[in-house]
Design a protein around this ligand. Sequence first.
Ligand SMILES: [Zn+2]
Length: 357
Amino acid sequence: MKPEATAMVFMGSNTPFSETKIDLPELKDGELLVKTGYATICTSDLHTFYGRRHSCSHSILGHEIIGEIEKIAPGGVLDYHGNPLKTGDKVTWSVYAFDPDSHTSKKGFPQKSEGLYKYGHEQMNQQYKLNGGFASHCHLRKGTSVFKLPPSLSPAEAAPLNCTHATIAGAIRLAGNLHNKNVLINGVGMLGLSACAMAKEHGATKVWSQDINPEKSEQANAFGADKTFTFGKDHIGDSKENNGEIDVIIETSGSPEGIEKCIPLLSIGGTIILVGSVFPQRDISINAEYMVRNLLSVKGLHNYIPEDLANAIEFLKEAKFKYPFEKLVGIEFPLKELGKAFETGNKGKYYRVGIKP
Ligand SMILES: [Zn+2]
């Protein structure tokens, strides 16, 4: 019998996943076959499945993945740090494969390079079918940055590394030196909690967080927030403690109203980094004179760069002992119950739902 993988194929929004057997691929130069160890359902997977944003089908969703190398292309493959990978290595990888020689990569934006291939988002084709997390195997293409996982990280801690934590590591990179600066995290989902902890570990003087949901807002206390605010109830702008001294805002909610309310909170020279706006939404209103006179910056981040994933792994290795990241995966389902797992995830009770192949 030919070796086969099992995948839960995405057939279109609001359509049940289809359990499908797929032949294991022949590997080309620079490629790896990874046996999926664990995956978590990212909020963007939920947006796709429930039709809140467009994605192609048929495809395999899921990009927060870890796994164990089962097969390596002849000629071998190096990890991000230049060390040879072996079968049996437990790994995470960049959410995309990119061409380092492309025009946009050379400008410093590999995550937007021409011909970018993004795991969990691509149409299945003859050559590449196993391209997402909700399957027994994942086929990694040449140009993917692969990292060996520290053995101390549990699967539930490690799976969100290559989306959530790497994205926040990118936001922290864009924010620059956080010493002597106060940071506000707007939106306390998975990204927001990661941002609270990472800002604290990067030396921010104070970390504040706010969310419209008081329970979520409070969660941030366990992840390094010095004070938490509930949007609409005790808005941070009304707080005397704030007094205009917010230097950096990491905006993870993606809410246009939230962004418009955040910008006036920045102090002179402040920066707001937008990471949450990854679904179709209305324009925001910014007063240019206000931005100029207050020396403000707005930066957007999408997909991160491989170095951010390297930094996220280093961060989590230490931070796991201080902050309860493992608990954020509130419930687990076997791969075959992916539909039920999505229903559960969409209710919003858990930060992450785990999938065990
Ligand atoms: Zn994601």
